[in-house]
Design a binder for this molecule. Structure first.
Ligand SMILES: Cc1cc2nc3c(=O)[nH]c(=O)nc-3n(C[C@H](O)[C@H](O)[C@H](O)COP(=O)(O)OP(=O)(O)OC[C@H]3O[C@@H](n4cnc5c(N)ncnc54)[C@H](O)[C@@H]3O)c2cc1C
Length: 405
C-alpha cells in the first residue's frame, strides 16, 4: 500500500478551518481600515492571542507538525485574510525562529515566551539583520559587537533598517559582526532584552503595501547586554571563529543556509494566501460582471487568465508543501527547494494580483475593492526574505555548484 498522500489530515484540516474562520470574521473586515491607518493592529493581535492563534505554543505545534504543512497552512489562511494584519500577527516568529535556530535550550525557554507576552499583555518581537549598506549582501553588516570581559557584557553599536516591529518590540534579536574580517562567518546574533538602554527606533517607513505591519530603523548606541544574551553561547562562537580564522570549512554557513531553506516556504505560503484571495475575488467578479450581454468569464480571454492564475497558485502551493515536508523530514535541499518555493510563490502573488486588477477593470483600480491592496501587498514578496534575484542565485549555485555571482 502506498503511503504517499497530499491530503491534509484531520489535524491540519481542523487548523485550516479554524484559522479560515478567524481570517474571514476578524482579519478581513478590518483590513482596509488598518491599511489606511498604517499602524500595528494591536486589538487584532490581542484577539488572536485570546483565541490561542498568537502564542508560542500555537506556532511550536504547527512548526513540529509531522506532516510538515502545519505552518504553510496557517500562513496561507491568515494572509488570505489580509497580508498587513497577517504580518503584524506573525512577524514575531522571525525573531522566534532566530532564537530557536541559534539559541541554547535555556535561551529558547527564557526569550521565546517573552516575545509573545500574554493574551492580557501582548508583545511583539523583531529580527534585525538588514542595514542601510547590507541588504542582500548580509556579509557587509557593520553593526559591531564587542565583548567587555571585565563585565561579561556585549556592547552593540550600529544602525539596523527595515526591521519588522523594530522599536515597538519587547525583545529584539540583533545580528552583529564580532570579527568584520571574517564576513558572515564573523557574525553572531544577540538578544536585546526589554527596556535595554541605548536601543531606539529610528524612522518608521511609510510603505507601498503591508501597511498594517510596522517597519522601522533600529539604532543601537552603546547597547550593553549580558553575556548570556549571545545566542548559542560564547564557547560555541569562539570555536566557530577559530575555525573560520584557520580557514577550515565549518558548518556555520551551511547551517545558516539550511535555516533559510526551511523558513522560506513559510514566506511563500503567505504569498499564496494573498494570491488565492485575489483570485477568488476575480473569479467571483468575472462570473457576475456583464458586458456585451454576457458575464465577462464567458470570454475565453478572461477565462484563460483565471485558468492560469489558479494553475500557478496550485503549483506554488505544491512547491511550498514539498519544501516544508523536506524541512520536517530533514531532507537535504540539494536544489535549494526552499528558495524555489519562495521565488515561485512570490512571483505568483505579483502575477495573480495584477491579473485580478485587470479582470476587475476600473473597480480593480479603486479602494472600493480589495485587489488593489492585495496587489500592493504582494510586491514585498519578491523583495524580503531574499529578493527573487537572490533566490535565483541560491538555486543556480545549488544546482550547478558553480561560483555564480
Ligand atoms: C517591509 C519590509 C520588511 C522587512 N523586514 C525585515 C526584518 O524584519 N528584518 C530584516 O533584517 N530585514 C527586513 N527587511 C529587509 C529585506 O530583507 C531587504 O530589503 C532585502 O533583503 C533586500 O535588501 P535591500 O533592500 O538592501 O536591496 P539590495 O540588496 O540593495 O538590492 C537591490 C536590487 O539589486 C538586486 N541584487 C542585489 N544583489 C544582487 C546579485 N548578487 N545578483 C542579482 N541581483 C542582485 C536585488 O535583487 C534588488 O533587486 C524588510 C524589508 C521590507 C521592505
Amino acid at each position: 500500500m502506498s503511503t504517499f498522500s497530499l491530503d491534509p489530515g484531520p489535524d491540519q484540516t481542523a487548523v485550516r478551518d479554524w484559522l479560515h474562520g478567524f481570517a474571514a470574521d476578524v482579519i478581513r473586515p478590518a483590513a482596509a481600515e488598518w491599511d489606511e491607518r498604517e499602524e500595528t493592529p494591536w486589538p487584532i493581535i490581542q484577539e488572536a492571542a485570546k483565541l490561542g492563534i498568537y502564542s508560542l505554543d500555537f506556532y511550536a505545534q504547527q512548526f513540529f507538525d509531522p506532516s510538515g504543512v502545519g505552518i504553510p497552512i496557517a500562513m496561507e489562511e491568515l494572509f488570505w485574510g489580509d497580508a498587513g494584519i497577517g504580518l503584524a500577527i506573525t512577524g514575531t516568529t522571525l525573531a522566534a525562529v532566530a532564537v530557536l535556530a541559534n539559541g541554547t535550550d535555556e535561551q529558547i525557554g527564557t526569550w521565546a515566551p517573552q516575545m509573545f507576552g500574554t493574551p492580557e499583555d501582548v508583545k511583539v518581537a523583531a529580527f534585525c539583520s538588514s542595514e542601510p549598506d547590507a541588504g542582500s549582501d548580509v556579509s557587509a553588516l557593520r553593526t559591531r559587537a564587542v565583548y567587555d570581559q571585565a563585565k561579561d557584557e556585549w556592547v552593540l553599536n550600529g544602525t539596523k533598517t527595515w526591521a519588522t516591529n523594530g522599536g515597538i518590540a519587547h525583545v529584539h534579536v540583533v545580528v552583529a559582526t564580532v570579527d568584520p574580517e571574517l564576513g558572515s562567518r564573523g557574525q553572531a546574533s544577540f538578544v536585546v532584552p526589554p527596556g535595554t538602554e541605548g536601543l531606539s527606533q529610528g524612522q518608521k517607513f511609510k510603505k507601498h503595501g503591508i501597511r498594517a505591519s510596522h517597519t522601522a530603523e533600529v539604532v543601537l548606541d552603546g547597547v550593553r547586554v549580558p553575556g548570556h544574551c549571545l545566542l548559542g553561547g560564547k564557547e560555541k562562537l569562539d570555536a566557530r571563529l577559530a575555525r573560520a580564522r584557520e580557514g577550515t570549512k565549518g558548518g556555520g554557513k551551511n547551517a545558516a543556509m539550511a535555516t533559510f531553506e526551511a523558513s522560506r516556504p513559510a514566506v511563500g505560503a503567505q504569498a499564496i494566501g494573498i494570491a488565492r484571495a485575489a483570485y477568488e475575488v476575480a473569479l467571483d467578479y468575472a462570473r457576475t460582471r456583464v458586458q456585451f450581454g454576457k458575464p465577462i468569464i464567458e470570454n475565453q480571454g478572461v477565462a484563460f487568465q483565471l485558468a492560469d492564475m489558479k494553475t500557478r497558485i496550485d503549483a506554488a502551493r505544491l512547491l511550498v508543501w514539498r519544501a516544508s515536508w523536506m524541512a520536517v523530514n530533514n531532507r537535504p535541499f540539494t536544489s535549494a527547494e526552499g528558495s524555489m518555493s519562495k521565488l515561485y510563490a512570490g512571483e505568483t502573488a505579483r502575477f495573480v494580483t495584477a491579473q485580478a486588477m485587470q479582470i476587475l477593470g476600473g473597480n480593480g483600480f479603486t479602494r472600493e475593492y480589495p485587489v488593489e491592496r492585495m496587489h500592493r501587498d504582494s510586491a514585498i514578496y519578491t523583495v524580503f526574505e531574499g529578493t527573487s534575484e537572490i533566490q535565483r542565485l541560491v538555486i543556480a549555485r545549488a544546482i550547478s555548484g558553480a561560483p555564480i555571482r
